[in-house]
Design a protein. Structure first.
Length: 163
């Protein structure tokens, strides 16, 4: 399967799942799926373990190379003053990166970023920057980063209706 076919298949699956029931992104057991523009250029997913912690990953291309990263994130939702609409949360995280460059690159990522939860929608926009400590095939450093958008799907039980 070519990279283009694979990316088109994932896009189609995301569009077909779009009508699924969604809830606010701050609730546990939420899955966000969307686009990542940067390093890599591809798809992103984020699973909210609880209100503060999440696991995210991105897969895509960096030039002609396949690129993958996965991170554990901690959001600081109550740290900053909130905008009049939506919600803003800075975050920090750590994870790993694998890139196929003929030889396989492996590195450890240290990242910081911010998310903005768009009011009354299941959408999140985000931006992040991630210095990478390259461990193999040789020691060194890289810099990843990007922006993106995710659509959230509720995986847990529905929240009780407010009266």
């Amino acid at each position: 399967m070519t990279k283009t076919t694979w990316l088109a298949s994932v896009s189609l699956a995301a569009l077909l799942l779009a009508p699924a029931v969604s809830r606010a992104q701050e609730e546990p057991n939420q899955l966000g799926v969307g686009a990542y523009i940067g390093v890599p250029f591809g798809f992103s997913a984020k699973y909210l373990v609880d209100r503060r912690n999440a696991v995210d990953l991105a897969v895509g291309a960096q030039g002609s190379n396949l690129d993958f990263h996965a991170d554990v994130l901690t959001h600081f939702r109550d740290l900053s003053k909130q905008p009049p609409k939506g919600k803003f949360a800075p975050y920090l995280g750590m994870g790993f990166k694998v890139e196929d460059q003929g030889q396989t690159l492996f590195g450890i990522r240290f990242l910081g970023g911010a998310v903005y939860l768009i009011e009354k929608t299941p959408l999140e926009v985000f931006a992040e920057i991630a210095p990478v400590l390259r461990m193999a095939p040789s020691m060194g450093s890289n810099l990843d980063g990007g922006v993106g958008v995710r659509y959230y799907f509720g995986l847990g039980t529905a929240a009780p209706a407010k009266k």
